[in-house]
Ligand binder design. Structure first.
Ligand code: CS2
Length: 487
């Protein structure tokens, strides 16, 4: 039997479920990008708000590219199980904060209508780094990206998140309805500011007055989001079905740790997410930098080294002495230029990350984290690198991490069943194949200005260090780097 409103009563007593009247919940938050992360994170915080008795804040989700989530959750009244896994304990609960899901391009018209409606007070987003169509090095909107160009050619029938947000705001302005808040929940530094820059750049192309109105009237709070949430597997589905005694087409498996820090700027009010443990703070940039550099920076490093050592999951990669020998000093380099939030001890923060990465219950694939490197390296590793360069400090471990990404790219360039996911894949792989000589490979990849800007390739000391680390990794017998590389 399938999980649904009707079958809730059959769940074992150990499984917590919504105790509020879901039929009274108002869908006032539209969430764009309803994947596993959103359902492990924001939807859970919002579920706590509803459980506290405030039914004004339900979520209407949208799969921006596909209808898969709508098809999975629709038949189960949008309920799903959230399995929070620790090293030796687990907690499975049913979340009820999602009250509707739009699916992909075919629902774009109804999604736009909902976003234009006065009932929508917040539009939140998790579309990953590349979903903002910003150039990673310059932060400029990629007007030539096919999806953006298509939306600009037909702005009244938008398909991208930027087109949808701008057109919905245009409709609201015309109807005299207050604008919603745009709440970015992606792993980008100053995510609210970047979302604002992307929306304004798009709006300027459509209507200069509208752009000005958005600039003056719409809030784009920044947020720091954190919860390690691997993609759901069939094994997860089977496990959750066993615990529930019911089938759930798309449960979420996550860790027990969760953190959400939000800048408190909302145009039409907001739920009291603190009841679920969220923090409202005006130190958001510090929180974001600590998380992006310490957690995500190390995560990417582990993912590339894990891929080069044949370790499929983060927990497996954490067992390798080679990796911890690199990670520990990497964290020191990052921490030395970190401006941590008040009251947070970065050394303790890093210790807690080690525990989280070692969690054997999470099968977090290094291949998943290794994807989209071009979009991730700048904020995760290049930002602390630049801070160190400004202070005249050398960064051998950050250079090692970047060299590991380069080796991963070269390896994938020579792997016939290409599994290299990156919006810049074609360019990266072509450059990785241009030469077999180690220093030239580094030069060709370092010349990707969309990732490294113009400053890093021009820095002779950094270039030399990067080549040194690239060669070190190439001759390390525990790493399976591409055989073609000549050192
Ligand atoms: C990961 C993140 O896939 C990745 O790049 O580093 O998704 C990470 O698991 C989350 O940011 C943790 O909050």
């Amino acid at each position: 039997m399938r999980l649904s409103e009707k079958s809730l009563s059959q769940l074992p007593a150990s499984v917590a479920r919504p105790a509020f009247d879901r039929s009274k919940v108002i869908g006032s938050i539209v969430h764009l990008g309803i994947g596993a992360f959103h359902r492990a994170h924001q939807a859970m915080f919002t579920d706590a708000v509803l459980a506290s008795g405030d039914l004004a804040w339900g979520i209407v989700g949208a799969g921006v590219v596909s209808a898969d989530m709508k098809n999975a959750l629709g038949p189960q009244d949008f309920l799903y199980a959230l399995a929070e896994m620790g090293a030796d304990s687990e907690n499975v609960r049913v979340i009820g904060s999602i009250v509707g899901v739009f699916g992909g391009v075919e629902d774009a018209d109804s999604l736009l209508a909902k976003m234009s409606d006065i009932s929508t007070r917040i539009v939140s987003i998790t579309v990953t780094e590349k979903g903002y169509y910003l150039d990673p090095a310059t932060g400029k909107l990629q007007l030539q990206a096919p999806a953006i160009a298509a939306d600009l050619a037909a702005p009244e029938t938008p398909k991208t998140i930027l087109g949808l947000i701008v057109q919905a705001l245009k409709n609201r302005k015309a109807a005299g309805i207050l604008p919603f808040t745009v709440l970015s929940c992606d792993n980008l530094p100053n995510n609210g500011k970047l979302a604002k820059a992307a929306v304004l750049a798009f709006a300027r192309e459509v209507d200069a007055d509208l752009a000005l109105w958005i600039k003056t009237n719409v809030c784009f709070p920044c947020t720091m989001v954190d919860r390690i949430t691997p993609a759901t597997t069939d094994a997860d589905r089977a496990h959750v079905a066993e615990v529930l005694g019911l089938d759930d087409a798309w449960p979420v498996v996550t860790e027990q740790f969760v953190q959400w820090v939000i800048e408190d700027q909302f145009t039409m009010g907001r739920p009291d997410w603190t009841v679920g443990g969220a923090i409202f703070s005006d130190e958001i940039e510090r929180w974001e930098n600590m998380k992006l550099r310490c957690l995500n920076g190390a995560h990417s490093t582990l993912a590339y080294l894990g891929q080069l050592t044949g370790r499929e999951t983060v927990a497996d990669a954490m067992q390798l002495p080679l990796i911890t020998v690199i990670l520990d000093p990497l964290w020191v380099e990052i921490r030395n230029v970190l401006d941590a939030p008040k009251g947070v001890n970065p050394a303790e923060y890093v210790e807690s990350l080690k525990q989280r990465f070692r969690n054997p219950a999470l099968k977090h694939r290094t291949a998943q984290i290794a994807s989209d490197g071009s979009q991730k390296l700048p904020q995760r590793l290049l930002a602390p690198l630049r801070d160190r360069l400004d202070k005249g400090l050398s960064s051998p471990m950050i250079a090692t991490a970047i060299a590991a990404w380069m080796h991963y790219a070269v390896k994938m360039a020579y792997t016939p069943d290409d599994g290299f996911n990156d919006p810049l894949a074609v360019d990266i792989l072509a450059r990785a194949r241009l030469s077999t000589d180690a220093p030239s490979i580094v030069d060709h990849l370092l010349a990707l200005d969309k990732i490294f800007g113009l400053d890093l390739p021009a820095n002779a000391d950094f270039r030399a260090l990067l080549i040194e680390k690239f060669v070190e990794l190439a001759i390390n017998p525990t790493l399976a780097t591409a055989a073609q590389i000549k050192v």
